[in-house]
Design a protein around this ligand. Structure first.
Ligand code: TMP
Length: 237
């Protein structure tokens, strides 16, 4: 399948049309951004690492019955994906307090949360992705019904329980992550976008060393080394 026209370019990926009108080709970029692109960087090979990590995670989730947009892995930086209408809600799941949660609510960094906390953020760069409650989502027509919101929460919790267990077996704590969902032409909700160290926080289970985009956000060292470590642990049996 060949790339035809560029139909969308985001901070970390480009989407191209292809011969099949129901599918797109996603290309993972080496660009790094943080704080709604207030900080920008570039790491050669980052796109390939995220593509490989995301492929492994989406395939794992498919094995557990989660429907995703992934159709086929094309090469190191390209995936064939189903075309979906992205629901403009970033669904964040948190197991350990850090990042914006600690700043917003004064919870101490590293506190293990008593349950997986699901949050919705408005996917809107102009507004800086603000936090949403259920009524905001309905009022803004971001979903069709309250039952869609319940389905997003159910899927997010299920993805969390699968991935938390999986990463624990790799000596990684899944601190938090962000997922996006879309609807296909038949109205089915599919897991879309990527799941990678750009969109998750991974801490080494023993040392709490950060192995995710916080390395870039906080200038903690080599992004490539951190992301390679995550991929190697995923691939190790
Ligand atoms: P936060 O602590 O900055 O709110 O981030 C929570 C999680 O969501 C973290 O794993 C990073 C991820 N995330 C994204 O992938 N994209 C975003 O735009 C934001 C704000 C967070």
């Amino acid at each position: 399948m060949e790339k035809l026209d560029l139909v969308y370019e985001g901070k970390a990926k480009k989407l191209f049309s292809c011969e099949d009108g129901d599918l797109l080709i996603a290309e993972f970029k080496d660009d790094l951004t943080a704080g709604n692109a207030a900080k920008k960087g570039f790491q050669e090979g980052k796109g390939a690492l995220n593509c490989k990590i995301s492929n492994q995670i989406l395939k794992l989730l498919e094995e557990y019955g989660i429907n995703t947009h992934l159709v086929k892995i094309l090469d190191d930086t390209h995936q064939l994906i189903k075309k979906v209408n992205i629901i403009p809600i970033e669904v964040v799941v948190r197991n350990v307090a850090t990042g914006s949660l600690t700043k917003r609510l004064g919870i101490s960094d590293g506190k293990v949360l008593p349950f997986a906390l699901v949050e919705f953020y408005y996917k809107n760069d102009d507004l800086n992705d603000p936090l949403l409650n259920d009524e905001h989502c309905i009022m803004l027509d971001l979903v069709k019904s309250e039952s869609d919101l319940e389905e997003l929460k159910r899927l997010a919790r299920e993805i969390n329980s699968i991935l938390k267990r999986f990463f624990a077996s790799k000596n990684l704590t899944l601190v938090d992550f962000k997922v996006e969902f879309g609807t296909d032409k038949d109205g089915n909700i599919l897991l879309a976008d990527e799941i990678s160290p750009d969109s998750c926080r991974f801490w080494d289970s023993k040392t709490n060393e950060k192995l995710d985009k916080d390395v870039f956000r906080q200038d903690l060292g080599s992004v490539k080394v951190a992301y390679e470590e995550v991929l190697n642990r995923i691939l190790k049996g």
